[in-house]
Design a protein around this ligand. Sequence first.
Ligand code: SDX
Length: 430
Amino acid sequence: MTEQSAKLTLGQKDADLAVRSGSIGPDVVDVTALYKQTGLFTYDPGFSSTASCESKITYIDGDEGVLLHRGYPIDQLAERGDFLETCYLLLYGELPTTREKDDFVYRVTRHTMVHEQMSRFYTGFRRDAHPMAVMVGSVGALSAFYHDSTDIADPHQRMVASLRMVAKMPTIAAMAYKYHIGQPFVYPRNDLAYAENFLHMCFAVPCEPYRINPVLARAMDRIFILHADHEQNASTSTVRLAGSSGANPFACVAAGIACLWGPAHGGANEAALNMLMEIGTKDRIPEFIARAKDKNDPFRLMGFGHRVYKNYDPRAKIMQQTCHEVLDELGIKDDPLLEVAMELERIALTDEYFIEKKLYPNVDFYSGITLKALGFPTTMFTVLFAVARTVGWIAQWKEMIEDPHQRIGRPRQLYTGAEMRDYVAVDERG
Ligand code: SDX
């Protein structure tokens, strides 16, 4: 990396700060020594201008609408690869050879079962509990079962824990869905591919054979690829911060699930579909566009906008194509929600407000319509996002643990509270 420097001068205080370049993307001013040299903190509450780490996993160019995983564009991975191959790429850094992939698929497939005691956790929840609440609880509980892969200093145990997370999340998610709808759990099957297995665990019932639809299974697999990783987003940063204290990977992923649940993040796919259902018909779109632009109205167009993408989210285009494929395969013509979504997108992209603020559809805009057509209730949408993002979380967690410069994350603050004052006895207070 090329070394330049930046000088910060504040009154008598001077700081010479190193400027570092990556392989692509913006350079960084290294402020590690800033406080020691000047007694100053940097201030960036939303981290819009802050690189929290060095990483080799995912690169995003928000202005160009580019997303690379280990250098490979998301559209090529989604169109020519599959989810487990993408998992291998994220975890190991290279696309697998045939033998490497067969071995990886074999190992993941044979870790898909969860400890039978896990099923007892679910019965403690109400049937109408939101499946994301069940996911936070049950994934956090995994650390109680796998003491042989929580020694994060052991590279072998780190990889075993990573594989277990990728393998078991579909099973845990499917169990949360089955419990939610009052149907019996369906065990994973080693003869099915990853996405096929997930659909089977969700939609098979003991009373009759479940036929895997290869078009729908391919769509599910592609949706997993689109959601696999996304640089230092809120939930990934949560996993990294939790992991920086030495917490075990299962607990860190549970923290990531909790963060992903928020409607500003992974919860947006559920919120976007609920918004489309609330709009209902195309003639009501102007009313909602006006609300989204009204500063006094907290309403936002769910599935629109992004902290990094100031151009079209490349995942949204592929998701839109996948949406059409699924609706066509299922013979769903003129889906009113798709009609509203496409008209909403058309209007928003020509509206001065959205153009000026560079608000485009993101990955969550079309995913809800697709997942609803696949048969999932809206409450399961963010669970599916969590199943896919687990590999990204765990790959970023592994990278952080293996970073020789890694230290516990401990930000400081700009304090604007009360200055020091003496205690006042209760009978002397005003
Ligand atoms: C994901 O980070 C990631 O990579 C996340 C993710 C991943 O894969 O991990 O990509 C997944 O979370 C996608 C985003 C899903 N969220 C939504 O669709 C919810 C709706 N979107 C917004 O809440 C918002 O766009 C965010 C949260 C996504 C981004 O928020 P920012 O970067 O903090 O942007 P902002 O709130 O500062 O908005 C800038 C301006 C504001 O207006 P001004 O204050 O400048 O006048 O744009 C406006 C906002 O009011 N704005 C919107 C809007 N999003 C931003 N106005 C109407 N509708 C919207 N959706």
